[in-house]
Design a binder for this molecule. Sequence first.
Ligand SMILES: [Zn+2]
Length: 154
Amino acid sequence: MAHERGYAASLRGRDTFGDRMHAITKTIHFSYGHRLLDYAGKCRFLHGHNGLLEVEIEADKLDRRGMVMDFSDVSRVIKGWLDEHIDHKMVLAKRDPLVKTLSATGEPLYLIEDNPTAENLAKHIYEQAHTLGIAVSEVRLWETPSSYARYRAT
Ligand SMILES: [Zn+2]
């Protein structure tokens, strides 16, 4: 009977705990400017955001302290990198024609290969985190309080 199958399936789910993971999320606030190339909307002009970054780290086992990772280690490494490289800087594509002018005036820039959309910035931060030794599973970059881009391991 369908009812029995459903009940047996729910018991199996409770017994095996298969595919369940621990996860922690650290949120980090930072400010950045950018402009988008190849884009007709108002974001083609220089403007800024108060970004909210959420980095998630997963683990199937906790360490001896009972942690996925110490929140303060995540903050020290990832917030430290953001503070040094992106916070209060203009994030531009390397091919942006404004790069030459703005660097000549001493504006602090952070240049990336791709158009500095929230999607590309989330991917860039994901890759940086891995380079810095923090194996994040997902990065969500809130560009505004109602819009975020996500990049994650599949
Ligand atoms: Zn923007």
